[in-house]
Design a protein around this ligand. Structure first.
Ligand code: ADP
Ligand code: MG
Length: 349
């Protein structure tokens, strides 16, 4: 310990700094998938295809038809604190993209073998490739054919950080986490067409939805037909806030709170204030210990919600929490009142 005290202060080498940051962003294959897909969404993709092998520990590949990355930007895409999404603190205030920290690809490439193909043109022959192995990047960006958009392959996650690799669970468990991330992402964007395969076998095929009916079909595929039959659809707007989605009837509940999806401006969040408002609205219609099922979308001015609270961006901070809470509570309470026994909606007004 005394030795420790005598050491001089040193700036961490970039690779080590990235590996430390990876500890925050990259917990397991599912977190890699989340970051890669969020990038594809930010790139404006309308189609996203995902291939997984061995629960993602061996291979994760995300292919999109988004805007692509030009050859001059390819090395930068893998550098820390390099982003195309914000330029100033002002941009951060009203940030609409899912990413903005410029950390994910640097972190992921520091703990895996990463290969990236990208093309900003429709001409397939104008594409480029770059690889990085545990952050040791090949200096060259080489031409390689690829249609407009990007494909990112992440192999051998944590190959150079054995302590992290040991924390990976069975293939099945890791794939369950991947499917949960997939469910959240596909519920967040009905206008995107998706596929997911595991060990070369197709698991999900979700076409882009061009109608409400198509949207309901997706909900049915992801959460089950029973939920759809036992849910109310909600669409309420007031004071600059809009709440849409599906809430399960008090008769369709679960022993665990494992089918509750709440999106704020398209971003899935886990928020105490939101959870409290929902719980209150269901309070007198649920049996003790049962949990409702819901998929809800809150839309509001991005300037009144702070998303830069946590590296994984699962938490948000509302400028006027009270307003949001009361809006959620009253919207859900009113919707559920329609099915509440012994009380007509008018008596609750
Ligand atoms: P962030 O998303 O926070 O900007 P990332 O490390 O995830 O940081 O990505 C770095 C940059 O690489 C992004 O800002 C974007 O310009 C580019 N990029 C990453 N993935 C894609 C993609 N699939 N399509 C287009 N550009 C991408
Ligand atoms: Mg990103």
């Amino acid at each position: 310990a005394t030795q420790q005290h005598q050491r001089r202060i040193q700036v961490l080498p970039p690779r080590l700094a990235n590996q430390i940051a990876a500890g925050e962003v990259v917990e397991r294959p599912a977190s890699v998938l989340k970051e890669l897909v969020e990038n594809a969404i930010d790139a404006g993709a309308t189609r996203i295809d995902i291939e997984i092998e061995a629960g993602g520990a061996k291979l994760l590949r995300v292919r999109d038809n988004g805007c692509g990355i030009g050859p001059e930007d390819l090395p930068l895409a893998l550098s820390r604190h390099a982003t195309s999404k914000i330029e100033s603190l002002d941009d951060l205030e009203g940030v609409a993209s899912l990413g903005f920290r410029g950390e994910a690809l640097a972190a992921i490439s520091s703990v895996s073998r990463l290969e990236l193909f990208s093309n900003t043109h429709t001409d397939t022959s104008q594409a480029w490739r770059v690889v990085a192995e545990g952050r040791e990047m090949t200096s060259s960006v080489t031409p390689a054919p690829h249609p407009r958009g990007s494909s990112i392959t992440v192999r051998d996650l944590f190959f150079n950080t054995p302590a992290r690799r040991k924390f990976l669970r069975t293939e099945k468990t890791e794939f369950n986490h991947i499917e949960e991330v997939f469910r959240r992402l596909t519920l967040s964007r009905f206008d995107i067409g998706w596929t997911l395969s595991h060990n070369q076998k197709p698991v999900h095929q979700l076409p882009a939805c061009d109608s409400d009916l198509a949207g309901e079909q997706r909900i049915g595929k992801l959460l089950g037909r029973e939920f759809l039959k036992n849910a109310l659809s909600v669409d309420i707007e007031a004071t600059g806030l809009r709440l849409r989605g599906w809430v399960g009837l008090p008769t369709h509940t679960r022993a665990q709170a494992d089918q509750q999806y709440f999106f704020v401006n398209g971003r899935i969040v886990r928020d105490k204030l939101v959870a409290h408002a929902v719980r209150q609205a269901y309070r007198d219609v649920l049996f003790h210990g049962r949990h409702p099922v819901f998929v809800l979308y809150l839309e509001l001015d991005p300037a009144v919600v702070d998303v830069n609270v946590h590296p994984t961006k699962h938490e948000v901070r509302f400028r006027d929490g009270r307003l949001v809470h009361d809006f959620l509570f009253s919207s859900l309470h009113r919707s559920l009142a329609e099915v509440r026994p012994n009380q007509s909606p008018d008596t609750l007004a």
